[in-house]
Design a protein around this ligand. Structure first.
Ligand code: COA
Length: 256
């Protein structure tokens, strides 16, 4: 289990917290593996009724670790762990609640499309900078985001890729509720406790029913996106964008 995850179960709520504050909770391959393992265990544990995904610091998740992206360019099989994580979170029977205290970038935002309830701090910021990084959308977002907000807004979010506020995320339907930063954890626990007190089988069947209409299509999209994403990671455009991030400069795509 990755030491950059903090996992506890109490009062039928399994909290899975990202714990890598120095890198804004960027996800390494080990963290994807740890998350997958934790989600499978929580879904199977009879003592768990609600899975809560959050962090133990002021960021939510800054996306895939950029150093891992650069390494993955020469190791295309490295996308296996993120794919398994996405397939797992997209197929859980139990309700998943996300608690977003701060930056939610890349997969840090697309994860939310697989959660059932999302509560965000008023300080949270969201961004889907895939095309800005020379990449393509992942996490099922090429299917789920246009379904949620329509093509034009999805294009703006996934291709123009500018950061947006928690209140915009709520207007888009990406989060249910925005609360004051100082009350986030307490209010999230109240919601989780309400959900954990409900009839568990009714909750699970309702979730399955809501998701059933797109599940097959989503399974296929997750695989297709990862395949194309892995190819893009090997592109000269992505190499320029990722190197620019490491060098803390703007990418220059003028030669392409
Ligand atoms: N992978 C690896 N390291 C990351 C990271 C990532 N995805 N996101 C942030 N970090 C690192 C930074 O390099 C920096 O490391 P350093 O202290 O060794 O220089 C540290 O985390 C703090 O990041 P910083 O950018 O200084 O913090 P910030 O508060 O100004 O901004 C973010 C926070 C999350 C908005 C910003 O870091 C960001 O945009 N990260 C990139 C996200 C991204 O593009 N992810 C991939 C999406 S597909």
């Amino acid at each position: 289990m990755s030491e950059q995850l903090n996992i506890t179960t109490e009062n039928r709520i399994c909290k899975i917290l990202l714990s890598r504050s120095d890198k804004k909770n960027a996800l390494t391959l080990a963290m994807y593996e740890g998350l997958t393992h934790a989600l499978i265990n929580a879904d199977a544990d009879p003592d768990v009724r609600v899975i809560m995904l959050g962090s133990d610091n002021d960021s939510f998740c800054s996306g895939n670790d950029i150093a891992d992206f650069i390494a993955a360019a020469s190791r295309p099989d490295a996308v296996g762990a993120p794919l398994l994580f996405l397939q797992t979170i997209a197929s859980l029977a139990k309700p998943v609640m996300a608690v977003v205290p701060g930056a939610a970038v890349g997969i840090g935002s697309t994860i939310l499309l697989h959660c059932d309830l999302v509560i965000a701090s008023d300080q949270a910021r969201f961004q889907l900078p895939f095309a800005r990084l020379g990449l393509v959308p992942e996490g099922g977002s090429s299917l789920l985001l246009p379904q949620l907000v329509g093509h034009r807004r999805a294009f703006e979010l996934l291709v123009m890729g500018e950061a947006f506020s928690a209140s915009t995320a709520r207007e888009l339907g990406l989060v249910n509720r925005v609360v004051m930063h100082s009350s986030l954890q307490d209010l999230a626990m109240l919601e989780a406790e309400k959900l954990a007190a409900m009839a568990p089988e009714a909750v699970r069947q309702s979730k399955a029913m809501l998701r059933s209409h797109t599940q097959k299509q989503l399974d296929a999209v997750l695989v297709a996106e990862v395949k194309q994403f892995a190819q893009r990671l090997q592109s000269a455009e992505a190499a320029e964008a990722l190197q620019a991030f490491v060098e803390k400069r703007e990418p220059d795509f003028s030669r392409f």
